[in-house]
Design a protein around this ligand. Structure first.
Ligand code: AMP
Length: 299
């Protein structure tokens, strides 16, 4: 019998996890997995709700994965509160928390990695070397550990979602992936565990990122050339008070390649408010022309 945190069952070992899932499968249950790094918010809980709607049993995993953080990134200060997360998961009718420790995920001598391929090169891949290999490796492990029938991921991390879909297809991992639309604050800011880092002044500026992306999408859909719409967006993000823009680009919604006419697109951006890096994206229906703007630093 798994241990409990409050009312939620928790397992920390792969073999325990597999035993529980095998039992559920023997009973004919459909099992869903929601991988997370904890510090749970309404976005994560919406994924749990979606999983709940699609499956008989829902597992959430919490693992702050060191291999997807760069040496100067926020691994050490990433918010962690397992008891609070467990209470939220119980309330969202999650059946099981899988919370492995570092040694369970990366035993001594661990060396194999999953390469995410060309989808990992543009956008965040350019600014976070090794990040998506870390993500692809840990998500592959979680999927193979849980043996769930389906797994839910947020469109908030859209490049990650496309990479995971590619890895699942290419490595024949027997799981269905479900993308869930981004959950936002009332002012449009995409919910993120990292929003907790924002000062009140930064929090006031933050929703501009989504406002600008939405406006870029409107402009591009109305016929403004993609390059021009993206340049306008880059300037608007800087003018809103962001301290640095990593990129604001229009790309193909599936391949993440530069957008060709007539293809569904997506507008992507990553921008900094002080020490906090925010990402967001917005869909773009097929348009006659499109483009890419790289923006390093202030416009
Ligand atoms: P994280 O804990 O940040 O690794 O996120 C775990 C999962 O929750 C990923 O699939 C994310 O894309 C998803 N997620 C995070 N924030 C949101 C959001 N605001 N809306 C929808 N999904 C989200």
């Amino acid at each position: 019998m798994p241990l409990k945190i409050g009312t939620l069952a928790v397992v920390r070992k792969v073999d325990e996890l597999r035993r529980v899932v095998a039992q559920w499968h023997r009973a004919g249950d459909v099992v869903a997995l929601v991988p997370t790094m904890g510090a749970l918010h309404r976005g994560h809980l919406t994924l749990v709700g979606e999983a709940r709607a699609l499956a008989d049993r829902v597992i959430a995993s919490i693992f702050v994965n060191p291999t997807q953080f760069g040496p100067n990134e926020d691994f050490n200060r990433y918010p962690r509160d397992e008891a609070a997360d467990a209470a939220k998961l119980a309330e969202a009718h999650c059946d099981l928390l899988y919370a492995p420790d570092l040694a369970e995920m990366y035993p001594a001598g661990f060396a194999a990695t999953v390469s995410a391929g060309p989808l990992a090169e543009p956008l965040c891949g350019r600014f976070r070397p090794g990040h998506f290999a870390g993500v692809a490796t840990v998500v592959t492990k979680l999927l193979l550990q849980a043996c769930a029938d389906l797994a839910c991921f947020g469109e908030k991390d859209y490049q990650q979602l496309q990479i995971i879909r590619r890895v699942v297809r290419d490595l024949d991992i027997p799981v269905r992936t479900e993308g869930v639309p981004t959950v936002r604050e009332e002012d449009g800011l995409a919910l993120s565990s990292r929003n907790a880092y924002l000062s009140p002044e930064e929090r006031r500026i933050a929703p501009a990122l989504h406002r600008v992306l939405a406006e870029v999408a409107v402009r591009a859909s109305a016929g403004t050339p993609g390059d021009e719409a993206a340049s306008w967006g880059a300037a608007a993000v800087n003018a809103a008070g962001f301290t640095k823009l990593d990129y604001l680009e229009i790309r193909d919604a599936e391949s993440l390649a530069p957008l060709a006419a007539g293809r569904p697109g997506r507008v992507f951006a990553a921008a900094w408010l002080g020490k906090t890096r925010l990402i967001d994206n917005e869909p773009l229906p097929p348009i006659p022309g499109a483009g890419t703007v790289e923006a390093g630093g202030k416009a």
